[in-house]
Design a protein around this ligand. Structure first.
Ligand code: DGL
Length: 274
């Protein structure tokens, strides 16, 4: 089935998931929607995030999407179960902070989770901890201001490094050896995180976990299960929408074009979603 896959996030973060979906399923067409009129989702109520989700999924369905990836941990925890109820005939894939793999692979039983306040408040996150991290010491940071830095394109910037230093120093003081990127925006500052960790504790390797590759594999499995894989034999199209500012969204995706593994002609004209 050659219809597109819909992918959405509060902003540019879900592009880190799009990158892995594109790499695993290059012949699938993708529609990406950044809800930048409402970013950040992290401080919003569950009711707001659900309402945004319903509007976005309606739109993606109108575009013919055969499956929707909620490429946002905050929206997944606040709205995914609700969206599945509202759109029972549409398959969904959501994010999950990598608590389970982190608890399984930590050597000293101490893990750090970077996520948004909304994710930390959620029942789904509490369930993950209870299920998989009962015997693990978990250190959390809501990374206030980090999503805004990334949305502004300041992924390689002294102010972002300074913010990451204040976030990561206590994590290292607590001895974490494994760090979970529990928000889809954070892979965009992974090089900065690595730089700050190397600076603060050069002799202490910290494993960094991003659930996006597993989410891309899950997307492929769901398509297969529902018999929805494309029959196309050439690369699919990628279409971008934003509810925010077209020019700055366009600048961001162009600056990340190489790492997103999408062709030049595909990124130049994002469209407006209202
Ligand atoms: N990218 C979103 C996530 O994965 C959150 C960013 C926001 O707060 O809007 O949680």
């Amino acid at each position: 089935m050659n219809n597109p896959i819909g992918i959405y996030d509060s902003g540019v973060g879900g592009l880190s998931v799009l990158h892995h979906i594109r790499a695993q399923l290059p012949y699938e067409s993708l529609i990406y929607l950044a809800d930048q009129a409402h970013v950040p989702y992290g401080a919003r109520t569950q009711a707001e995030i659900r309402q945004f989700g319903v509007e976005i999924v309606h739109f993606l369905r109108q575009q013919g999407c055969k499956l929707v990836v909620v490429a946002c941990n905050t929206a997944t925890t606040a709205a995914l179960a609700f969206l599945r109820q509202q759109f029972p005939d549409l398959p969904f894939v959501g994010m999950e902070p990598a608590v389970k793999p982190a608890a399984a692979q930590t050597r000293n039983g101490r893990i750090g989770i970077l996520a948004t306040p909304g994710t930390f408040r959620s029942e789904r996150y509490a369930e993950l901890l209870a299920r998989f991290a009962e015997k693990t010491a978990v250190f959390e940071d809501p990374c206030l201001g980090l999503v805004q830095q990334i949305e502004a394109g300041a992924t390689d910037d002294p102010a972002t490094d300074a913010l990451l230093t204040t976030i990561l120093r206590p994590m290292l003081a607590n001895g974490v050896d494994t760090l979970v990127l529990g928000c889809t925006h954070y892979p965009f500052v992974r090089p900065a995180i690595e730089r700050v960790l190397a600076h603060l504790a050069p002799a202490r390797p910290v494993a960094i976990l991003d659930p996006a590759p597993a989410v891309a594999r899950q997307t492929a499995r769901r398509l297969q299960l529902h018999n929805l894989l494309t029959l196309a034999t050439c690369p699919g199209s990628v279409t971008f929408y934003t509810s925010g500012d077209l020019a700055s969204f366009s600048r961001f995706i162009q600056s990340q074009q190489t790492s997103l593994a999408i062709g030049k002609s595909e990124v130049l004209c994002p469209k407006k979603f209202v």
